[in-house]
Design a protein around this ligand. Structure first.
Ligand SMILES: Cc1cc2nc3c(=O)[nH]c(=O)nc-3n(C[C@H](O)[C@H](O)[C@H](O)COP(=O)(O)OP(=O)(O)OC[C@H]3O[C@@H](n4cnc5c(N)ncnc54)[C@H](O)[C@@H]3O)c2cc1C
Length: 424
C-alpha cells in the first residue's frame, strides 16, 4: 500500500488538537457511511449528525491526512474558473447556481469556525491575486469585471497599491477579495471532526475501506477488523484514493503542490511583508502562493513535489520578491496532491444507486468541500432537490498518466529555468 508521506509539515506541527480516534473493530449499521475524513467527508458527517441522521466516517490514516491537512489555507470565494467560463461549461442557469453557492463559501467556513469555536488561526482579511506581466494584468481585469458584474465586492489594485499590500515590487496589480481569508487547514479539519463527534457522528481513524459491496438494498463497507452497513455511502477521497476505491482515481489527474515555511519573521519584516496578513497567489502559469501564519512564518508554495529543485527555486524566488529579508531559512517543507478534473470543476457523481462521490476540486476545496458536505446532508434529508455541483457521471480521464507526468516534469523544468533566470 503506497502511502503519501506527510514530510515535515508546519500544519502537523502547529495543529494543536489531538484526536487519536479508535479504529473500527466491530460491525455497525448507520444511515450514511463516509469514506475519508477531509473537509468533504467531515462537513457531510457534521451536517448529517446535526439533523439526527446516523453517520460513520472511515478514515484510512488520520483526520486531515489528505489534501485537507496539507493545503495553503486560502479560503476563497468561488472557483478557479472565471464566471463566464463557468456559464459556458454548465449553461447559464447551472453556472449561476454553482457560482452563487460558492460565492458565499467563506461565510460557511467562518460561521462553522465561530459556531464550534474551532481554533485554526482564522484570519478574514481577504486575499490578493497578484498580477505578473501584461497577461497577468489582463487576466485580473477580466476577472474583476466579471465578478463585479455579479455583485462581488472585489477591487483591482494598481501597482503601487498592490506593492504596498504585498511588500514586493514584483507585481503590477492585485485583485483584492475581502470575502476570503486564511486558516490553519489541518486545525480546521480536526475542529470539524470534533464538532461532528459532538453532534453524534462516529469517526474511525486507521480504518481503510478495502471493499464496498451491495448488501440488502444498501452497501457494506469492509475494513480489516470491522464493517459498516448503510443505505447511502459518500466516497470523499478526492486525490487520496489509493486505498480500495481506486475507480475514483481514474477520473482525475493528481498533481503535487509543495510548501515551505520559514522561521517566524522579525517585526520589521512583518511590518512590510503582507502587513495585513492577506493570503496571496500569483497569475503565473506555474503558480506560486505565499502567506503568513499566526506566528509570522512566511509560507511559500509552488507546483510540483518537494525536492532540491523546488527548494532552490523557492529560496531564490522569495529573495527576489522580498529582498528585505535578511536570510531565507526553511524550517518546514511538505507537499500534497491536488485532484484536477478535466473541466476544473468539482463533481458529485452517483456511481451506483446510493453510492456517491464528490471530488475534483482542482485546488479549491476548503470552501467548496465544506459547502458540498452541507448540501449533501440537505439533499439526503430531502431539504433541497439538487446539489449545486454538476452531477454528471465522469468518464475516466483520457491520457491520465501522461498528463500527470507532463505537469510534474513541466513544473520542475519551469523551476529550473526560472532559477537560472533569477540567478543571471
Ligand atoms: C498542496 C495543496 C494546496 C491546496 N491549497 C488550497 C487552498 O489554499 N484553498 C483551497 O480551497 N483548497 C486548496 N487545496 C485543495 C483542498 O485541500 C482539497 O480540495 C480538499 O482538501 C479536498 O478535501 P476532501 O475532503 O475532498 O479530500 P481529502 O482532504 O484529500 O481527504 C480524503 C481522505 O480520504 C482518505 N481515504 C482515501 N482512501 C480511503 C479508504 N479506502 N478508506 C478510508 N479513507 C480513505 C484519505 O486518507 C484522506 O484523508 C489544496 C490542495 C493541496 C494538496
Amino acid at each position: 500500500m503506497a502511502v503519501e508521506p506527510v514530510c515535515n509539515s508546519l500544519w502537523r506541527a502547529s495543529a494543536g488538537v489531538t484526536l487519536d480516534l479508535a479504529s473500527l473493530t466491530s460491525d455497525l449499521t448507520v444511515d450514511v457511511a463516509i469514506v475519508g475524513a477531509g473537509f468533504t467527508g467531515l462537513s457531510t458527517a457534521l451536517h448529517l449528525a446535526k439533523k439526527g441522521i446516523s453517520v460513520a466516517v472511515l478514515e484510512a490514516q488520520d483526520v486531515g491526512f489528505g489534501g485537507s491537512g496539507r493545503n495553503v489555507g486560502l479560503v476563497n470565494a468561488g472557483l478557479w474558473l472565471e464566471p463566464e467560463a463557468l456559464d459556458k461549461q454548465l449553461g447559464a442557469e447551472a453556472g449561476q447556481r454553482l457560482y452563487d453557492a460558492l460565492a458565499v463559501a467563506p461565510d460557511a467556513v467562518f460561521q462553522l469556525i465561530d459556531e464550534y469555536q474551532i481554533e485554526c488561526e482564522p484570519t478574514r482579511n481577504g486575499t490578493l491575486h497578484a498580477g505578473v506581466g501584461k497577461a497577468g494584468l489582463e487576466q485580473l481585469q477580466r476577472r474583476c469585471e466579471q465578478l463585479q458584474q455579479r455583485g462581488a465586492p472585489v477591487q483591482l489594485l494598481n501597482a503601487l497599491e498592490a506593492q504596498q499590500k504585498i511588500g514586493s515590487q514584483k507585481f503590477n496589480s492585485a485583485l483584492f477579495d475581502p470575502r476570503a481569508g486564511t486558516i490553519q487547514p489541518l486545525a480546521y479539519a480536526k475542529g470539524l471532526a470534533k464538532a461532528a463527534l459532538q453532534e453524534g457522528a462516529q469517526i474511525f481513524e486507521h480504518s481503510p475501506v478495502v471493499s464496498i459491496a451491495t448488501e440488502s438494498g444498501g452497501w457494506k463497507l469492509q475494513t480489516e477488523n470491522g464493517s459498516v452497513t448503510a443505505q447511502k455511502v459518500v466516497v470523499a477521497t478526492n486525490a487520496y484514493c489509493e486505498f480500495g476505491v481506486q475507480e475514483q482515481a481514474r477520473k482525475f489527474v493528481p498533481i503535487h503542490y509543495s510548501q515551505l515555511a520559514t522561521k517566524p519573521l522579525v517585526e520589521q519584516e512583518l511590518s512590510t511583508i503582507l502587513p495585513n496578513k492577506e493570503g496571496c497567489w500569483d497569475t503565473c502559469t506555474v503558480m506560486s502562493s505565499f502567506r503568513l501564519d499566526q506566528q509570522g512564518r512566511l509560507i511559500f508554495g509552488g507546483m510540483g513535489d518537494t525536492g532540491q529543485t523546488l527548494t532552490n527555486w523557492a529560496t531564490q524566488r522569495v529573495r527576489e520578491l522580498f529582498p528585505m529579508l535578511s536570510k531565507v531559512e526553511w524550517e518546514y517543507c511538505w507537499s500534497g496532491k491536488i485532484a484536477y478534473s478535466e473541466d476544473h470543476l468539482p463533481h458529485c457523481q452517483q456511481l451506483q444507486r446510493g453510492l456517491y462521490s464528490v471530488a475534483g476540486y482542482s485546488g479549491r476545496g476548503i470552501g467548496p468541500g465544506t459547502v458540498m458536505g452541507k448540501e449533501l446532508a440537505q439533499w439526503f434529508s430531502g431539504e433541497i432537490a439538487n446539489l449545486s455541483a454538476p452531477n454528471s457521471k465522469l468518464r475516466d480521464m483520457p491520457l491520465r498518466e501522461i498528463k500527470r507526468v507532463f505537469y510534474e516534469v513541466g513544473a520542475k523544468a519551469y523551476h529550473l529555468g526560472q532559477r537560472s533566470h533569477i540567478l543571471t
